[in-house]
Design a protein around this ligand. Structure first.
Ligand SMILES: [Zn+2]
Length: 66
């Protein structure tokens, strides 16, 4: 399975890079079009227009399931 090590996007409208660090850490970009939430537990995305409003910058690590 994949473990989230960085929950991050870049807003394509204002260029802001935002990172959610905790499960309930909702972060919105400067222009307000995009948001990230969920920290390293889950990826939650918010956007005003469409999912082309942002570029995905999240990083994952493959971990073995035993
Ligand atoms: Zn923005």
């Amino acid at each position: 399975m994949k473990k989230i090590i960085k929950n991050s996007i870049k807003c394509n409208l204002c260029g802001d890079i935002i990172v959610s660090k905790h499960t309930h850490d909702k972060v919105t970009c400067k222009c307000g079009a995009c948001s990230v939430d969920g920290g390293n537990s889950y990826l939650k995305r918010g956007y005003a227009n469409s999912d082309t409003d942002f570029t995905e910058l999240s990083e994952y690590m493959e971990i073995e399931e035993n």
